[in-house]
Design a protein around this ligand. Structure first.
Ligand SMILES: Nc1ncnc2c1ncn2[C@@H]1O[C@H](COP(=O)(O)OP(=O)(O)OP(=O)(O)O)[C@@H](O)[C@H]1O
Ligand SMILES: CC(C)(CO)[C@@H](O)C(=O)[O-]
Ligand code: BAL
Length: 307
């Protein structure tokens, strides 16, 4: 497993691969956990070479967000990827062969101030998808994601890219981006890895200790409660969403709901009644509020597919 920091050295490696090689790319922001590893494992099963990118992308953070405090654990990340390689059995064709860890200057030659009006250079937007759901609260977010993913895809030259179901809107936007920009790249979406109690694994969970970790599970409970109601025969969105809201409200002021929503999976249009035979996305975002001195608000997202 080789680590590359420069586009030129990565490209030299990429060009050196024998004909018939297939490359699966797993884009991440580092602080790897079992969710990221399951993406890399899927990529190893389906490709001869796996590339993991680790880049904390400033363009997807607003000036008020947690870019400065985001966990950085590069050495441990590399160890986890080596451990994955060691655990893969012979019949799995691929291994993590390259880890691409570019500098901010390499990715954004013109610099990348967090204030949008000051940004200079080339940016990619997927409209109107990027203004919905997460985009309502984080208007800068998907422009940053689409821009960095376009750069990473151009650099790493994947046959297939691997994204997590946890960030469901991101997968919808990447699918659209691949189609609209004629990337010859397949998209695979991998199921959400969860902690024992059901909390979706997320790099940001390290911000949550004690009581705050306990109430974090509310978002999953709320989605499960709505899913249960759906499975018992209720198909009206407003009733299902109200059930989820009640669960979050019952946790008091330790948490605050941003949104819970039911959307169809192509254009993310809101759904009023779930129709037979159609899949819909039930998604939510919730803040875990500060409890002690020096604690910040932690934003969690999660989703379930109702089918
Ligand atoms: N629990 C999970 N299960 C499966 N995939 C996941 C999980 N968490 C993240 N991923 C996927 O890993 C990729 C990289 O995500 P990222 O590095 O932002 O990690 P994260 O845990 O989502 O971090 P954050 O706390 O910033 O949301 C994305 O495609 C994301 O959907
Ligand atoms: C796809 C991604 C690596 C782009 O920075 C990020 O949004 C993430 O980790 O989900
Ligand atoms: N996985 C999402 C990355 C972010 O929240 O910036």
């Amino acid at each position: 497993m080789q680590t590359y920091h420069a586009v030129s050295t990565y490209r030299a490696w990429r060009h050196s691969l024998p004909p018939g090689s297939t490359v699966g790319v797993v884009p991440t922001m580092g602080a790897l956990h079992a969710g990221h590893i399951s993406l890399a494992r899927a990529a190893a099963t389906e490709n001869t070479h796996v590339v993991v990118t680790i880049f904390l992308n400033p363009a997807q953070f607003a000036p008020t967000e947690d870019l400065a405090s985001y966990p950085k654990t590069l050495e441990k990340d590399l160890e986890k990827l080596e451990e994955l390689n060691a655990s893969l059995v012979d019949k799995v064709p691929g291994r993590v062969a390259a880890v691409f860890v570019p500098t901010v200057a390499e990715m954004y030659p013109a610099g990348i101030p967090l204030v949008r009006d000051q940004q200079v250079g080339t940016f990619v937007e997927v409209i109107p998808l990027s203004a919905k759901l997460e985009g309502g609260t984080r208007p800068h977010f998907f422009r940053g994601v689409a821009t960095v993913c376009t750069k990473l895809f151009n650099i790493t030259q994947p046959n297939t890219v691997y994204f997590g179901q946890k960030d469901v809107q991101q997968t919808v936007i990447i699918r659209r981006l691949l189609t609209d920009l004629h990337f010859d790249i397949k998209l695979r979406v991998i199921a959400t890895e969860r902690e024992e109690d059901g909390l979706a694994m997320s790099s940001r969970n390290v911000y949550l200790n004690g009581k705050r970790r306990e109430v974090a599970i509310t978002i999953y409970r709320a989605l499960k409660a709505a899913e249960e109601l759906y499975e018992s025969g209720e198909k009206r969105a407003e009733v299902l969403l109200q059930r989820a809201r009640e669960v979050v409200e019952s946790a008091g002021d330790a948490v605050k709901l941003d949104y819970v929503s039911l959307n169809e999976p192509q254009l993310l249009e809101e759904v009023e009644v779930v129709e037979k035979g159609k899949e819909v996305i039930l998604s939510a975002a919730m803040w875990v509020m500060p409890k002690g001195e020096g604690e910040g608000t932690v934003r969690l997202i999660d989703n379930l597919i109702l089918s």
